[in-house]
Design a protein around this ligand. Structure first.
Ligand code: FAD
Length: 454
């Protein structure tokens, strides 16, 4: 019979992709008790659509959740100058087996596929973490807003961009508004189908300070059976507007507050009539506003030897790369592999103290997790810094050449479009296979023969 010291008590904070993915991956391990605490009263996703590409499919397969995620299969993705409407780039569908091709899906589809794979009884809603305390060899003490407390051996912070867990272990890490505001909504596709060039292909309309994006989000085959009518096929409309954050005077909320049509359309008056027409037809009350927050890169994704950050809590990238859900799911899967490795290796015999052995296994697993994931996130941050520098450099050069704002915009657009992956240069993100990453790490590091010092 297992004693309490043999059972690994895991507390996960957050019911987004990071928390749900970790709950699924960890619940497959033996001798583990998982509680997932989510502050919301119900698990409800507010963010319109999401891209699911090869890297995400790979990890969804490992989690057993790929089958239920359905959406619009992206063919060509068209990038236009949003003012003149000129087509500037066409990204063809990658040559991949159908099941690994990129789809745009309703975010709720991903969320419900993940929830369906989390074992019953793990998720506790209406539980907002407010603080944590190091309980030494006993683990970590968690206090919730409702006054209740619990102790866990391992605390997983999957609590998103404004993570309480991150702030607890890295109190100096501050996130701030990046200057980017995003407005998103889903509308019935047929309500905009008469506007030329928005659909069926995914289209980006780039402007001097942002863009408008249009993509279908549903798999049409799910709507063909008239005996089981579902809701209408939907189209995602997502618009970004970027300002210098130093000049921002508004109070910002990070995630999903309502915005009026007037507020949204006022930022896109220069655009071609097609996107403008589309924006004006969004029913009042539909828009949700997201202010992007980010913070400096973390040198480590773990703390106290028993706290780990996953997903947006660990890398506040504000949706850069359009792959944050995949990163979050990859994190949880790697964490499960690291714990599996340290708990199944030959255990050191520390007489009489199974709790110490358990805590050592956790600390070692977190080191492994950090070694696999930290360099990956550092590479992402470096890439974004380089891309930003390139756009700034182009803008500065163009401003020196001409005082025409359209010339400056055109020049910067060319550089910006270069950052959209067309060839293989971004395969380290979009073709990442997390299982291979783990296998390589095992061979390269964990199974490396010890070097003789003789
Ligand atoms: C505009 C935009 C577009 C994006 N597009 C894409 C895309 O196309 N593809 C893609 O893969 N990714 C995309 N992303 C990124 C993706 O949304 C995130 O990376 C992903 O949701 C991160 O998951 P997460 O679980 O780490 O955090 P979240 O999804 O933010 O989940 C965190 C959860 O923790 C809960 N929580 C927070 N604090 C507490 C607390 N104190 N106690 C208890 N619970 C708490 C929250 O309620 C929430 O449920 C986009 C992001 C943005 C902003």
């Amino acid at each position: 019979m297992s004693s309490s010291a043999d059972i690994l008590r895991v507390a996960i904070i957050g019911g987004g992709p990071a928390g749900l993915g970790a709950a699924i991956a960890l619940s497959a391990l033996p001798n583990i008790k998982i509680d997932l605490y989510e502050k919301a009263r119900e698990l409800r996703e507010v963010g319109a659509g999401i891209n699911i590409g090869y890297n995400c499919w790979k990890v969804l397969e490992l989690l057993g959740a790929a089958e239920e995620v359905r959406g619009h299969l992206q063919q060509n993705v068209i990038h236009r100058n949003g003012i003149s409407s000129e087509i500037r780039r066409v990204r063809p569908a990658p040559s991949l087996p159908l099941k690994y091709r990129t789809i745009r899906a309703r975010r709720t589809r991903l969320q419900s596929a993940l929830i369906s794979k989390v074992p019953q009884g793990i998720i506790q809603l209406n539980k907002k973490l407010v603080s944590i305390e190091d309980a030494a060899a006993q683990g970590v003490r968690l206090t919730f807003e409702d006054g209740t407390e619990t102790v866990a051996d391992l605390l997983i912070g999957g609590d998103g961009i404004r993570s309480v867990v991150r702030l607890s272990i890295f109190p100096d890490h501050v996130t701030s508004f990046t200057g980017t505001t995003i407005w998103r909504t889903l509308v019935p596709a047929k309500s905009l189908s008469d506007i030329p060039d928005l659909v069926p292909e995914t289209s980006w309309w780039h402007g001097p300070a942002g863009h408008c994006y249009f993509s279908l989000v549903d798999d049409p085959s799910e709507f063909s059976d008239s005996s089981a009518p579902k809701s209408e096929q939907m189209l995602e409309v997502s618009c970004r507007y970027i300002i210098d954050p130093a000049l921002d005077t508004e109070r910002r909320f990070s995630w999903g507050i309502p915005a009026t049509n007037e507020r949204v359309t006022a930022h896109f008056t220069q655009y071609d009539p097609r996107p403008r027409n589309a924006l004006s037809r969004v029913p009042e009350g539909n828009w949700k506003e997201f202010s992007a927050f980010s913070g400096p890169r973390l040198e480590k994704l773990t703390g106290l030897g028993k706290v780990v950050l996953l997903g947006d809590a660990s890398h506040p990238l504000s949706g850069a790369f359009g792959s944050g859900a995949a990163f979050a799911l990859e994190d949880g899967w790697i964490l499960a592999r690291a714990i599996e490795y340290t708990t199944t290796r030959p255990q050191p015999t520390i007489p009489g103290d199974a709790q110490i052995t358990k805590m050592q296994n956790i600390a070692d697993a977190l080191e492994i997790f950090n070694e696999v994931r930290s360099p990956y996130y550092h590479r992402m941050h470096n890439h974004l810094d380089n891309e930003k520098a390139k756009v700034l450099q182009t803008q500065t050069k163009a401003k020196a050449q001409s005082s025409d704002p359209m010339y400056v915009f055109e020049s910067a657009l060319e550089t910006r479009l270069g950052s959209f992956s067309i060839g293989d240069e971004m395969n380290w993100i979009y073709r990442n296979d997390i299982e291979l990453v783990w296998q390589n790490y095992v061979q390269r590091v964990l199974e490396r023969p010890a070097v003789s010092t003789l």
